[in-house]
Write a protein that binds this ligand. Sequence first.
Ligand code: ADP
Ligand code: MG
Length: 718
Amino acid sequence: MRIDDSLSSHFRLTDSQKSACDTLGIRTVHDLLFHFPSRYEEGGNESTISGLASGMEASIIGVLEKLETKKSWKRKIPVSEGYVCDQTGRIKVMWFNQPYIAKMYADGVHVRATGKITGSSGKLYLANPHLERISPTESSLFEKKTADKKEERELFAIYPESRGITSLWFRHAIQKVLTSEIMGPLKDPIPADLLKRYNLPTLKTALVWVHTPQRLRDAEAARKRFAFQEVFLIQLELGRERQAQLKEQSFTIDSPIEDIERFMGAFPFKATQAQKRAISTILGDMKSGLPMSRLLEGDVGSGKTAVAATVAYSVVHTRPLGQNYGTLQAAYMAPTEILAKQHFESFIAYFKQFPINIGLITGSGCYKFPSKLSREKATPISRAQLLKWVANGEIPVLIGTHTLIQKSVRWKHLALVIIDEQHRFGTNQRRLLTRKEIRLPHLLSMTATPIPRTLALTIYGDLDLTLLDEMPPGRKPIITEIIKPEDRLRAYEKIRKELQAGRQAYIICPRIDEPDPEKAFALIAKSVKAEAKRLKKDIFPEYIIGILHAKMKTAEKDAVMRAFSLHETDILVATSVVEVGINIPNATVIMIEGAERFGLSQLHQLRGRVVRSNHQAYCFVCSETRGQVSLTRLKSLITAKNGFELAEQDLMQRGPGELSGRKQWGISDIGMEALRNLKLVEAARSEALELIQHDEKLAHHPLLLEALKRRLGAMHLE
Ligand code: ADP
Ligand code: MG
């Protein structure tokens, strides 16, 4: 066996196991060895079926019977069902929309089923349980253990859930690898002095400990080592990226200060000190001709768009090197169409008095400002026409969604890329935007997402940071109240007062935790519709109510947002789709239903929707539970100083898995574990930067270089 051998050359895999491994990105023996358990279970914690009661979280061991898949006639989704039997009885198990379950398991198979017991006594069942195949001997082992209680309990690694493959299979397969000849020559990429300094186990020890720990403490030490390794590799990569950027040429942008002042003088407000500072820092970066990589971080409503517009103005006011005609160009990328359109409209307002063309490109259409007929209006144009004008430089500012970075978009002189609410965008992606021989555009990333410091260091380690830590003047701090069920009517009256004063309100319906995403979407849509109906009928008959949820088509969503922004509707009942960036200054109150289902920083983002003007804003946080823990958690919305504090609390209380946006960061589950540990992240970072200083090319650390390549390779394959 060799480490890079394909899995199938050493293991006989069924088709479903093969496709499961493919989905998990496990192709080689190496991938298998580095596929880590998500948790560990002690044998002997199982319940007997006769001892089950509704509401229990339980694990049962037994034999599967009468497994079959039917189509539910009501919802037209497949339902697999059957029974698990042990010596004390049997219980029904069912899975919605997972038809492969019946294919993966057969009658008579020994399993451990884990999940929540539902139903009434006599008619108990397990819905969507986590199923794990165990061998008959393991099964009898468990029985014996349960019998003679708390003896030495064995630890069992449980691997991340996936269709078609079981933890049992992984345990056997990995055991085979761990005892094979490949372990001998396996070399540790982390230098020995680092391991020693941070008291981390060597690679070989850690691999054994992570997969087959004798004690939980060993598993934890191993996981810490792999978390350190991952953050260390990420930091090496960021450090190298940074060095590479500094060697590239960018555009020198040096606008006369009077021009900038004239531009800012046309704002309908006076810029805050923080905005002025940010603008001058960014202009300072771009003066040097070295590629800027800066992150502008500011709470919702702190006025990032005005900063972006000013910086873009400076760029599109600059002639390309050695030319006395034409201008440099700027791209502004937003995460959604709604936001792209909103930025387009803001930019039109900021640029109205200046002779500059602005384009908008989204999946559903293209626009250009100004139109031929009027300096006030934008006009729809064809995509081909827009792309032509971008390519020849006639449109210097282009705003859009990720369609902006498609190959078909060609630029004449792209000098600045502004990214709103995007998480990572390195040299490589920047390169994709322009031709190879051209200079690297400057990058300004903007975010309102308050993230914990460990995460910021890990994913933004190569960016310079500017904070917009000041709200425009006159903004009154938002009044946040936790609303218990009995306070609800009082809250509605407060909302009515705002509506009577001519303001508007958001009412947010919660995310619904439902294992089947199709059903979850349907439920959410239903709850939004039902809530809107109820409000119209019982609470706010005199007002016009709009609805917005993720199941609607883009055009419908846009129409709803437009109606709300024109104040054609008074109340918008919505899901958290309104979370990012929507700006409607006349909306001054937001009510969030089922708030305990949201993370704190998400609640903070939602509340940011209504701090857009000088009116007093209100946020009513409705909680259905009376649990003390959940109320205390929600109260920190009132006491926390800012979004960062809330993000830290989310991380500590709900764990890194709850941080939204994690998919795009390319950090594994074990790497995410590091985020609770600031010391570890800081150590990995400073060690990585130190190492890069002495050995940028990693010429003296070939094992690290190899590990880095493996990591990047794996990320590209995904
Ligand atoms: P965000 O930082 O969330 O992107 P925006 O740029 O959308 O914030 O600005 C929020 C609102 O505040 C907009 O209506 C904008 O016109 C206004 N605004 C921005 N800067 C100032 C300022 N210095 N004084 C007053 N209002 C401002
Ligand atoms: Mg914004």
